[in-house]
Design a protein around this ligand. Sequence first.
Ligand SMILES: *Cc1c(COP(=O)(O)O)cnc(C)c1O
Length: 243
Amino acid sequence: MEHQIAENLAVVRRRIADAARVVGRDPSEVRLLLAVKTQPVAAIRAALDAGADLLGHNRAQELVATGPALAEAGVPPHEMHFIGHLQSNKVNQVLRWATCVQTVDTLRLAERLDAAAARRGAAEGDGAPLDVMVQVNTSGEATKAGVEPDRATELAIAVAALPHLRLRGFMTIGANSPDVDVVRDSYETLAAVRARVLAAGAPGTGEATELSMGMSGDLELAVAAGATMVRVGTAVFGARPPA
Ligand SMILES: *Cc1c(COP(=O)(O)O)cnc(C)c1O
């Protein structure tokens, strides 16, 4: 298993690098986040041992369950982001193990995170802000979370103004379509949201540069549209068991 994961990781890195070069981008502009949902700690460790340094969990329960094992001595240092729907009663648990919440899609959730980050800062005495991204529903699919693109600028500016949050960018789940033009459209929509927010120049938005988009099946399209972070699961770990 370890060998397979390392090999898959190398293939994904090559795909990212090739996709970047095709459009004249420097491959180092694109980080790889491994989506580790349903993966046992052994598989996650194998990926870290093979050089992965950025993980994403999308279920609070799994994040909390794997947190202690991944914090043990000997586990390569890594960053953990939260990439799933966040229920308000899970905010404190998630903050314990994640340094960035990529899925802020309402001001209400942002305010909850801001309050929790303030409490954490006070308790730990460091006062460091919590990194967040605004999740945008760029496909219009009713089943997907995220703020509508038309309302994303307003939300991003409001989030950036919260004192204990640091807006790092934008995240989307691409359209679920066999039509590459439709998928590309959703990624270009996220890039346009970022451009609008940066152009508005509101306080706290200057570091909102990340575009978290693209998955195992379509990362090339996302990189072409400007992704700075692609989130990959199955291409590294293999197919997940049906939920
Ligand atoms: C699972 C997941 C991914 C990765 O999807 P794959 O198709 O397995 O690469 C990316 N983003 C989010 C939010 C996910 O939940």
